[in-house]
Design a protein around this ligand. Sequence first.
Ligand code: 8YV
Length: 308
Amino acid sequence: MPLPRVLADLPVSSVVLELIGGRVELVPWDFSGPVDAIYTYGHPTVDGAMMDRHAPLKVISNFGVGVDHIDVKAATARNIPVGNTPGILDGATADLAFALILAAGRRVVEGDRYARGPSFTRYDPSYMLGREVHSSTLGIFGMGRIGRQVAMRARGFGMKVLYHNRNRNDEAEITLGARYVTRDELLAAADYVVLTLPLTPETRGMIGRAELAQMKPTATLVNVARGAVVDKEALTEALAAKRIFAAALDVTDPEPLPRDHPLLKLENVIITPHLGSATEETRRRMAELSIENLFAGLEGEPLPYRVS
Ligand code: 8YV
C-alpha cells in the first residue's frame, strides 16, 4: 500500500520526523498532485483553491495554535477537519511576553549593544534610564489562555492588570484581579500594552495611528500575537518621534520585515523572530499534538484538537 501523501511547507523539525516515523510520504509545498493531508509548519496561506487543487484531502494539521493563515470556513465547507495545538504554548508565550516587557522597559537589548560597543568607556549613573515594570499598569488586549498567563505573571511584579476582550473573563477578574476596561481606557492608562489576541478581520490593523496617539508617551507596546494587528508604518512614526517610549515585537508583518525597513534601524524597538513558543519542551508538545491530529485525520477518526 502506498504511504499517505502529506504536503508540508518547510523542512519540518527532527522531532516531527521522529513522530511521523516514516509512516507518511512528505511532499514539498509546490507539489501539484492530490495529497491526503496538509501539514502547516510555518504560516503559509491555505485557501479553498489550494484545498481543491490537492483534493481529496482528509485533514489539515497546523503546528501551532493560530490559524489565521488557513481559510477555516473553506475547509468546513469541504468537510476537511482542521487541527491545531491549543493549551500547551500559553506558558512559553507568556514568558516571552514578560521577557519583552522587562527588556523594553529596562532597555536591556540597547544596554547590551552599548556595553559591547566602543562608546562604553565609563559608568555613568545618568545613562539609559528605563521605566519601572513593578507596580506599573499592564493592559492586555485579548484575555484568552495566553493573556491569562501574562496576567498571572504580572501579579508577581505587583502590577495593576487591565484587560480588554470581546467577552469579559470572570475567572481572570476573580482569581487574578484583572479589571475589564474599554479599549480607550486601556490605551490611556497602560504603561505596557500587550497584544495576545488572534488575527481576525476585526483585529487586523487594530493598533494604528489613532490608538498609538492614545497611549502615554512613557508607554511600551508589546506584540506576541500577529504582526498584522499593528500598523507598522504608524508604529515606526510613533517610535521615531518618541511619541511612545518603546515597542517590543515578537511578530511582524511580513515576517521577516524587508531588511531595509526603517523599524529595524530604531533604538527604541526590540524585535525577536517569532519566538513565543520556541522552547524545546513546548515545541515537542506542539509536534506531538499536531502529529496526533494528522494521523487521526488520515485514519478518518475525530481530531483530538480540532479548530473546526
Ligand atoms: C508557532 C504560533 O511558532 O502557535 C502559534 O500560533 O504563532 C507559534 O506558536 C508557529 O505556529 C509555528 O510555526
